[in-house]
Design a protein around this ligand. Structure first.
Ligand SMILES: Nc1nc2c(ncn2[C@@H]2O[C@H](COP(=O)(O)OP(=O)(O)OP(=O)(O)O)[C@@H](O)[C@H]2O)c(=O)[nH]1
Ligand SMILES: [Mg+2]
Ligand SMILES: [Zn+2]
Length: 347
């Protein structure tokens, strides 16, 4: 028993690198070791369970001198953000730049949708407030309040909004920062915690695109019990697979639909006669575009499934039905896709 106590510990996955996980221990081990570099036991692999940043895990076979071990168990998650892949998220902060790159309402909407899909609280940060006249910043804030958010305009250059942001991020739980590359996610963490010295890089090109500077998810402690995850930026978040889920992911539509809003249960809220939602709301067109995308994807997947019974739905993608023995490598690849996010072919 004594030996087991010495070679086994619980902790939190703070970063994933290829097949390794960095685990921050709940209690420092012998010699004051606080973090272990861990492999995954094959048993976990065979059960198909993936480890995500933010997972609470058990580490076994610890070598305290080398600060190494193996993750053998993942505790149940209370929430998951699909992309960037993070477990046990309490809050998602979508970061959008007011300029450099210019704010794109459709892209922002897609980020907000994936954040809302976690069922956790969603906040909106508008970065680079120094790059626009304050009247223009206030106009954006007013517009986004109409979407049901209470945006925080910040600047790491002038310090605007950082106190309020620090307060929000210091609330207990795990907050994930997500948004396109180059909007200043790592910069704002550096502003709040200069000791982190995270790598940042200037945007480039006509569209002022980011350079995918952050390559993997990493969790940092901002205050006791308050963790913040920096994540790699990407351009085009996926939408939910089920069109019926979409309205609830728009807070202003959710509110309008709440007490017996639209009387048709299967309404698309696209100007059908008798629909009470109408089109006189700011995101009506954006909602319509997202709905068409989700419906087209649902049809495509249904058709693919009919013609290819060998395919099965996994999350939002189709994958071949394989014998269990063969399945593991593709899962591994999928996990790496998730946590080494930069791709899209557009970034
Ligand atoms: N004008 C202005 N520029 C900023 C501000 N904050 C960050 N930047 C710049 O924005 C660029 C991108 O910043 P990063 O922090 O690397 O952006 P990121 O969101 O972490 O990008 P990825 O890691 O690629 O996802 C850098 O050149 C920063 O100096 C700001 O408040 N104002
Ligand atoms: Mg970054
Ligand atoms: Zn309707």
């Amino acid at each position: 028993m004594v030996v087991e106590a010495l070679t086994r510990a619980s902790g939190l996955v703070v970063a994933l690198l290829a097949n390794y996980a960095w685990v921050a221990l709940d209690h420092p081990g012998p010699g004051g070791v606080e973090r272990l570099l861990c492999t995954r036991r094959t048993r976990l692999g065979k059960s198909g369970q993936q480890i995500l940043s933010g997972d609470r895990v058990v580490v076994d076979g610890i070598d305290w001198v080398a600060a190494r071990g193996a993750v053998t168990q993942v505790f149940e998650r209370h929430s998951v953000l699909e992309r960037p892949a993070v477990a046990n998220v309490s809050r998602v902060v979508v970061v959008a730049a007011l300029m450099e790159p210019a704010l794109d309402p459709l892209q922002l909407t897609r980020f907000l949708i994936t954040a809302e899909a976690t069922g956790q609280s969603v906040e909106l940060v508008l970065s680079k407030a120094d790059a626009l006249p304050s009247a223009a910043v206030e106009a954006w804030c007013a517009r986004l309040r109409g979407w049901g958010y209470d945006p925080m305009a910040i600047s790491t250059r002038t310090g605007q909004g950082l106190d309020r942001l620090r307060q929000r991020l210091s609330e207990p739980g795990l907050t994930v920062l997500c948004g396109p590359s180059g909007v200043g996610k790592s910069s704002l963490l550096n502003a709040l915690m200069p000791a982190l010295a995270l790598r940042v890089a200037a945007v480039s090109g006509r569209l002022q695109r980011g350079r995918h500077t952050t390559r993997h998810v990493e969790l940092f402690a901002l205050a006791p019990g308050a963790l913040v995850a920096d994540t790699p930026g990407f351009n085009r978040p996926l939408l939910p697979a089920d069109p019926a889920r979409l309205p609830a992911l728009f807070p202003e539509l959710r509110a309008a639909l709440a007490p017996g809003g639209c009387r048709y249960s299967n309404c698309r809220h696209q100007g059908e006669p008798g629909c009470s939602i109408g089109s006189a709301w700011d995101r009506a067109e954006l909602f319509g575009r997202c709905l068409v995308d989700v419906e087209a994807e649902a049809l495509r997947q249904a058709a693919a499934q009919r013609s290819e019974p060998g395919l099965r739905q996994r999350g939002s993608r189709l994958e071949p039905r394989l014998q269990a023995r063969l399945r593991e490598p593709s899962r591994r690849r999928q996990r790496q896709d998730l946590d080494q996010a930069p791709e899209d072919g557009e970034g």
